[in-house]
Ligand binder design. Sequence first.
Ligand SMILES: [Zn+2]
Length: 397
Amino acid sequence: MRRLDLRKTQAARLNTIRDINRQIVLNYVREREPISRAEIARETDLQRSTISAIVEALTAEGLVEEVGEGESTGGRRPTLLKLRTKEAIAVGVAITPSCTTIASSDLAGRIIEREEFQTDADPVKTLKEIVSLIKQSSARNKGSIEAVGVSLPGLVDPSTGNAVYVPYFKWRDIPVAKTISAAIGLPVIIDNDANAVALAELWFGRPEVSDARDFILVLVAEGVGTGIIFDGQVYRGQRGAAGEFGHMVIGTQAPVPCSCGNSDCWEAFSSERAALARYVALSGEAPGTHFGFRELVDQALRGEPHAKMALIETAHYLGVGISNLVVGFSPEAVVVGGEIARAWSLIKDALMDTMEHSVRRGLASAQIMPSTLGEKPELRGALSLVLASKFAAAFAA
Ligand SMILES: [Zn+2]
């Protein structure tokens, strides 16, 4: 799915590329709502009659609706358009090593309801629970749900819908999409968590990110994953296996083993698990079962010195890996997502100091910034797998 670059798009005038114009109009409504037909005409050079015909079709499809009237610029007050958000159309399922979150959202990505359960390492049990919750959600929404997106912490083949390898649970070749789809009778799209979050940044992130054609999303969770956006779409590589930078070697004697079993991977130095292990070593106290990474961030933000130190040290290693990515890819931006983004004020200096020591010191470099997707970016990612397909350019898929 390729995101249109509105800055570079010239309205197509040929009938055969009517679909392109449809995507242009839909994306103007999405990005600038509420917007009038006249404004779209001014920005795109499309004929008013063409826009009206497209809007009529989009309205009939339930994608766009009219909302009130805008300011008059002389004549009649223009009718404004926005995305139709009367009902839930997507369900997102974020499977993470600790819990699985299921939520429904409208076309604009607003979450309507969400539920959570503890992920079972047995894929049969976890998939059964997912199916049961989707069925309930679908019934409550009286059939308005159109498709389901699933994000997974591992290697995924989106073309087959299989989880190829999920290290935390030792899942191998699990037909996730097929199993869920057969049970609920809806299309299911699955992807790796970091790819899904990168897609969410591309469509729903802050403008500096969503307008960038090339950026890297670093997802810090129980593991560390990266999603690469290249020319406005997710770069997948051979069999969808690109972006496994969490397993690049950046040192020796990490505080925790990597999910792959090695102890020299970036993930073993920079994940939430690594930060928690550092906190335990520094404070000398073993955290209870209710003390997780979220609590560590809370403590650090309250000024607890061991928690702060654990995060700052983790940020240093995060910066080492990001430096390597920036040297290799020279992206416009690097976005850091996950709970750690909440502690940006504490970790920013350590990250930047490390970056400054890289070979690119003194040169203009990628902007490094925290994700604005909020908590549970994996869930936003799972929903985006469905929503982006509505807005993406089918002709460039
Ligand atoms: Zn590894």
